[in-house]
Design a protein around this ligand. Structure first.
Ligand code: NAI
Length: 381
């Protein structure tokens, strides 16, 4: 529809330009001015010369370009910005009605207003979590918001297990030792996963995948969710318990609930005090679920024996960047890095070929539905 209108306008402009071109007695200055106005007149906003939708990508990485360029097949004009979306960079969306963002792009009320002023109509998140987007502001400015609700729960679940096993069997320490020619086993003693109790907080898509894998290891599963899934629990060997009971009884606690007002710092000084002595804590959900200072105290007191973190509450200033030549100014994060029983990955749990493919497919489908005026699941509510 958009393209059709653009083609009509383009043909009218061509005819008018031809007429002016033929008008021999027209002044040079007038000729230039009129042709310039005509060239720009009626040009629909948000599309390129070929009538393709301009889509501004923020925080775009090489792996984003690879998969989106391949799947886009020249359908839309994809404009990649390495900068993150924020108030200073919102101007980069000029000329685009669609912006595509990721987990650490800032999309608060001020940014949404700036995007709306530039004619942005749709924000597509190439991720599941949307805690970084002010949905009320989007509603107020009539900006639609779409996301990729499930691109690969298995990718995140398998990374969760990788962190558990790495910490349990001290693979990170063994790897470094062996590289240095030190083939001793002291300090590398782990524990059998079989028979251990794992507490899963949040039993949605990812939580269930984690449980499925853990059941294969012979673990006992305790679960907590504000919306317990009784049919899933009955079919699998899963017991829903109160949060305090889960914390007190689990050898490993793993977090799979979204970040919200309710879950912010749900792992704090009190909840850590409730945990089993020497428990392992894993977070592949969102950094804000853990009060990091409380976690550091828990590690220092040995209440927590190990922590596997794919996310960190202040990750936006650190993750996805090469900081190897920089001084880390975040003292809390720097302290975390000093523990040899903490493994940090920089929000990479999603990063598999399959997940990237699904992210690109769903995001392009969301954009297609918008362009065709069809409905899609808007998360503005
Ligand atoms: P989901 O929506 O399928 O499941 C979330 C579950 O958490 C639901 O069952 C919900 O009822 C439960 N929940 C909500 N509030 C709760 C609370 N206060 N206490 C306990 N449970 C609560 O989401 P999915 O796909 O399983 O993803 C979970 C989270 O994982 C996402 O919100 C996202 O933040 C994170 N994630 C991290 C990735 C990474 O690369 N590290 C990639 C994808 C998602």
């Amino acid at each position: 529809m958009l393209t059709k209108r653009f083609v009509v306008i383009k043909s009218l402009k061509t005819q008018l330009l031809a007429l002016i071109n033929d008008a021999e007695d027209i002044e040079e200055a007038t000729f230039t001015k009129v042709t310039q106005v005509l060239k720009n007149a009626g040009k629909p906003y948000g599309v390129d010369e070929q009538g393709r939708l301009n889509i501004s990508f923020f925080d775009a990485k090489a792996y984003d370009r690879d998969v989106f360029d391949r799947e886009n097949k020249q359908q839309h004009n994809l404009i990649y910005h390495t900068a993150r979306l924020g108030y200073q960079t919102a101007v980069l969306a000029k000329g685009s009605k669609v912006v595509c963002i990721f987990v650490n792009d800032i999309c608060d009320g001020k940014v949404v207003e700036a995007l709306a002023k530039q004619g942005v109509e749709l924000i597509v998140l190439r991720c599941a979590g949307f805690n970084n987007v002010d949905l009320d502001a989007c509603k107020q400015h009539s900006i639609s918001v779409a996301r990729v609700p499930a691109y690969s729960p298995s990718a995140v679940a398998e990374h969760t297990l990788a962190l558990m096993l790495m910490l349990n069997r001290n693979l990170h320490r063994a790897y470094l030792r062996n590289r240095a020619g030190q083939f001793t086993l002291d300090g590398l003693v782990g524990f059998n996963m079989k028979g251990k109790t794992v507490g899963v907080i949040g039993t949605g898509k990812i939580g269930q995948c984690v449980i499925d894998i853990l059941l294969g290891f012979g673990c006992k599963i305790l679960a907590f969710d504000i919306y317990p899934n009784a049919s899933y629990a009955n079919k699998h060997d899963v017991t829903y318990v109160a949060l305090n009971e889960l914390l007190a009884s689990s050898h490993i606690v793993t977090l799979h609930a979204p970040l919200s007002k309710d879950t912010y710092h749900c792992i704090n000084e009190n909840s850590i005090a409730n945990m089993k002595q020497g428990a392992m804590l894993i977070n592949t959900s969102r950094g804000g679920l853990i009060d990091t200072k409380a976690l550091i105290q828990g590690l220092k007191s040995k209440k927590i024996s190990a922590a596997g973190l794919d996310v960190y509450e202040e990750e936006a200033d650190i993750f996805f960047q090469d900081m190897s030549g920089e001084i880390i100014n975040d003292d809390v994060f720097a302290r975390l890095l000093t523990f040899n029983n903490v493994v940090i990955t920089s929000h990479q749990a999603f990063l598999t070929h399959e997940a990237l493919q699904n992210i690109a497919d769903t995001t392009l489908e969301n954009i297609k539905r918008y362009a065709q005026g069809k409905e899609f699941k808007d998360i503005r509510g």
